[in-house]
Design a protein around this ligand. Structure first.
Ligand SMILES: [Zn+2]
Length: 349
């Protein structure tokens, strides 16, 4: 079968190649791939900056934002041939740590977790893949190819859960939310904010194109410029850019008692005119919490499925701005100006 593979930590090694069909030891559920979403992590792996092959192997099958159709339900309960499914990405560490032991692999303490398509387990960019019954999620059949948005939605389903859990430390009824960054994660964070009944604002650099339109179509307000320029202090900020200046501005621009959830991962950069102590002083004086959030556990995968099932299909469809064939995977990995989510399509949904 055809698969997109890479030798991790070696730039220029990604290729579409023939590999053997997946081994039954990888899971009793056999799935035919429909589509796999591409994100910044895939680009980093292909550029040789990140990623680990399975033990004893030199190459890794890429891809962690999956969607496929069940060919053989194997030992699963409740799945049948033809169901649309998505594979969960992370597996608990083998020790396991206390969090992995209770199924919270997203909160792993020792970092020895593994991840499909990223860390030591083959991903989903192959014509067929297998998955263990306990790590497969069925998606609403009416979503079709939009089910490929499930994995990025799990990330923000967890982020929102973290915000609301932290908020319970005091009397707190959040009314307004700001999302920084209108990429796929930011737009899906805004979707959840609207579904939860909040007044949602989204801040991004671009001034035209589909991002402002998608935000307005949600019934949310679009802003460009900086956090201080939005004109009010939000109760919640979901930070999706990973840019130092935006993070510092968010920590200072959040309302009293408000929660900033950091989901973006950046490096370096300079923050102008503000020191860590200035940011900390603001956080202290307004009783704020800055909470980091990564990955998702099964509860978030389930909630994300509910979020997508309730969402407007036409709106979701506009998030997928490009579909590429497996042969053109390098084009899929290359970001174009108005890209939101690019997917590699293996078969029809
Ligand atoms: Zn763990």
């Amino acid at each position: 079968m055809k698969a997109i593979t890479v030798e991790p930590r070696k730039p220029g090694t990604a290729q579409l190649e023939d590999i053997p069909e997946p081994d039954v030891r990888e899971g009793s559920v056999l799935v035919e791939a429909i589509a796999v979403g591409v994100c910044g992590t895939d680009v980093e792996i292909v550029e040789g900056k990140y990623g680990w092959a399975p033990p004893g192997k030199t190459r890794l099958v890429l891809g962690h934002e999956s969607l496929g159709r069940v060919v053989d339900p194997g030992q699963s309960v409740g799945l049948k041939k033809g169901d649309l499914v998505v594979g969960i990405v992370r597996r608990p560490d083998p020790v396991p740590c206390p969090n992995c032991a209770v199924g919270e692999w997203d909160m792993c303490r020792n970092g020895q977790y593994t991840e499909r398509g990223i860390k030591e387990i083959h991903g989903f960019m192959s014509q067929h893949w297998r998955v263990e019954p306990e790590y497969v999620m069925k998606v609403d059949g009416s979503l079709g190819i939009l089910g490929v948005l499930l994995e990025p939605t799990t990330v923000v389903a967890k982020a929102w859960e973290q915000v609301l859990a932290v908020g319970q430390r005091s009397f707190w009824e959040p009314r307004t939310a700001l999302v920084t960054g209108a990429g796929p994660i930011g737009l899906l964070a805004a979707l959840i904010g609207k579904q939860r009944g909040l007044e949602v604002h989204v801040l991004d650099r671009v001034e035209s194109g589909s991002k402002p339109e998608l935000v307005r179509a949600l019934g949310a307000t679009y802003h460009t410029g900086n956090v201080a320029g939005i004109g009010f202090e939000p109760d919640v900020i979901i930070e999706c850019t990973g840019v130092g200046q935006v993070i510092a501005d968010s920590a200072q621009g959040i309302g009293a008692g408000g929660v900033v959830c950091l989901t973006g991962i950046g490096t370096g950069g300079r923050t102008l005119g503000v020191s860590t102590a200035d940011v900390a002083a603001s956080v202290v004086l307004k009783n704020n919490v800055l909470v980091g959030s990564v990955n998702a556990n099964k509860r978030h995968w389930f909630k994300a499925g509910e979020v997508l099932a309730r969402a407007d299909r036409k709106w979701l469809a506009r998030l997928i701005t490009r579909r590429e064939r497996p042969e053109a995977f390098m084009q899929a990995l290359h970001r174009e100006a108005d890209d939101i989510k690019v997917v590699i399509q293996f078969s029809e949904a």
